[in-house]
Design a protein around this ligand. Sequence first.
Ligand code: FE2
Ligand code: FE2
Length: 188
Amino acid sequence: MEINEMKRLLQSSISESRYLHTLGVIESAKELAILHGADDQKACIAALLHDAAKRMDVHEMIEISNEEGFPPDEFEISAPAVLHAPAGAAAAKRLYGISDPDILHAIRSHTIGCQRPTKLDAIVFVADFIEPGRKPFNGLEEARKLAETNLLAALKKCAELSMGYVVSCGGKAHPTTVKMINDTEELI
Ligand SMILES: [Fe+2]
Ligand SMILES: [Fe+2]
């Protein structure tokens, strides 16, 4: 599918504010890819489709994730806010014809993170947080600054912010996120 066609399909399937957020994530992902020597085309497509499943209901998200080979774990099933990541990878594959495993992996990993994140995984995760349309929150400017110079440090910061938010809402941090933070710490 051609990129403008993807944009049209996406725009018709998510809210206007989500679409604007997505355009911001594309902008940030492209900048980060150029800055840190990653494939900017892949970064743009992963950013474009990262929230593609946001409007699906929980049942639909679980079903498409399982059917397309991105099975959510028990933890994700019990925390629907993170389910749109595996469902997004599944939607990118089924509805947008994306077969590139790097792009699909970056989409799949954008909520809870993953083990040994690639540069592309880190770029999408960080871009999702620091995109220009984000309303100010504690730690945002620090994450933006880190993203300019140290992608891994920015990834760690964004994962910590994400975990902090989940915990402040009464949820539990996903073990994968905790492990990614600890592993990243050693690599910075
Ligand atoms: Fe998302
Ligand atoms: Fe997002």
